[in-house]
Write a protein that binds this ligand. Structure first.
Ligand code: SAH
Length: 424
């Protein structure tokens, strides 16, 4: 695939050069796409695709040509600002701060789409994501309003936002509610009530041992300096108190519970894989709240295209909402994850069909059309592409949306655009 539009590259470059590059790039993308299509498909799709590319080009041009005197507009003007509190269009305890929003016409469903990624990204990432996804603004939500762990994410979707409802039972909202047994070991000077975002790896035994050593010299409260060191480590690694002076990382089944997955959902795969897959996954209660509006709209169930499915966060959210999964095409590169989803599918006695594919890069118009004609199109396209190059914790490869893995986002957009243009 050609490099995506270099929107964040404006500094120092003449805007006409940037525009030209963008235009060539758009044309190349359209052509590359054409190569994947069967002959008879080309005229119809071609038209929709080119129209879309042209629209994008126009938008880009408009943005680039915005000037303040002679100065190109500062990138900050394109930055998407994170709301505080990060509650999106409402949370179960404070539903519907807003009941209606005006979506751009090009974004209207069906099909509905729902795209997720980390909220805190390098500059320009969310505005690019949003621009590609029909100019829909992200809904930023921190899952700490849904469960006992924080998880700041942005969701770009075209779902209605009125009459959302939460999954019942509501999950525990504080650390102590979630883990009542460890309460007795929790020192009063550790005032955390929520855990931090669950990550893909855990603290080493060495670092928890260091904490134990730092504390064992004191019979009662340690001095503030030691408290600060311990608390910083606990926050960084999400450690909990499991004995006197003894902290430990969360167990994989505890992470499953915090994220709303069924108990033992990832059991059977290696511990490292469990942490990795769970660390990358959706928080089910949060996502289900957003998807809940589909229940009345699709009383007979839905056809789902799930891209970057991981361990099936979207599938589980829909299932727990009682939305029947008629046909699910799930695309996930990790065989370990695909097996987790397949075994969940079997255990929950689904009556629909699960088709699993491995690589989004190989999902072309031909294949999509085959599925779409066989069961009549997709109602929902869900995805959360890898965030490896976007997160603050990845200092080595934090190269933004154009990074090796994060640029897979463009496949979400490419596939969604195909789905929207293939008529069934
Ligand atoms: N939302 C998912 C997880 C998304 S994390 C959940 O709830 O579990 C991103 C996922 O994309 C990872 O599982 C990763 O294995 C997968 N992935 C990475 N490259 C891919 C590719 N080329 N095709 C399909 N999936 C890919």
């Amino acid at each position: 695939m050609c490099p995506p539009f270099p929107l964040s590259n404006t500094a120092g470059l003449d805007s006409t050069v940037v525009e030209l590059t963008d235009f060539i790039c758009a044309a190349q993308m359209a052509r590359a796409e054409d190569a994947h299509l069967p002959l008879e498909e080309k005229p119809r799709l071609n038209h929709a695709y080119k129209k879309r590319k042209l629209l994008e080009y126009e938008l880009l041009k408009k943005k680039k040509l915005m000037r303040l005197g002679n100065k190109t507009i500062d990138e900050d003007d394109e930055a998407v600002h994170l709301p505080n509190p990060m509650v999106g269009f409402g949370i179960p305890s404070e539903p519907c701060l807003k009941t209606h929003r005006n979506l751009p016409e090009a974004a209207l469903g069906p099909p509905y789409f729902y795209y997720e990624n980390v909220a805190l990204t390098p500059k320009g990432v969310w505005s690019t994501i949003s621009r590609f996804l029909y100019d829909v603004q992200p809904e930023f939500v921190d899952s700490k309003y849904f469960c006992a762990a924080a998880r700041k994410r942005g969701y770009v979707h075209n779902l209605p936002i009125e009459n959302r409802f939460p999954l019942i039972p509501l999950p525990p909202h504080t650390i102590h509610e979630a883990f009542p047994l460890i309460r007795k070991w929790w020192p009063s000077w550790d005032t955390r009530t929520k855990l931090n975002c669950v990550l893909t790896s855990i603290a080493s035994a060495k670092s928890t041992e260091r904490i134990r050593k730092a504390l064992e010299d004191y019979d009662s409260e340690p001095p503030l300096r030691v408290q600060k060191y311990v608390l910083d480590e606990c926050r960084k690694w999400n450690l909990v108190w499991v004995g006197r002076n003894k902290v430990a990382p969360l167990e994989p089944d505890e992470v499953e519970m915090l994220l709303g997955f069924p108990k033992n959902h990832t059991r059977g795969i290696s511990r490292t894989d469990r942490y990795k897959s769970l660390g990358n996954s959706f928080q089910i209660d949060t996502v289900a709240y957003h998807l809940s509006v589909l229940k009345d709209m699709f009383p007979n169930g839905i056809n789902l295209l799930s891209l970057f499915s991981g361990i099936g966060g979207a599938e589980i959210a829909l299932h727990r909402l009682g939305i029947r999964l008629k046909n699910v095409v799930s695309v996930e590169i990790s065989a370990v994850n695909r097996n987790v989803v397949r075994s969940w599918w079997e255990q929950t006695n689904q009556r629909g069909n699960l088709y699993d594919l491995d690589d989004v890069q190989q999902l072309n118009g031909d294949r999509l059309e085959h599925y779409m004609t066989s069961f009549g199109g997709f109602d929902l396209v869900v995805g959360g592409s890898p965030c490896n190059n976007l997160t603050g914790s990845n200092r080595l490869h934090r190269d933004g949306l154009e990074g090796k893995e994060s640029s897979l986002f463009y496949h979400y957009y490419r596939i969604l655009d195909l789905v929207r243009s293939i008529k069934t």
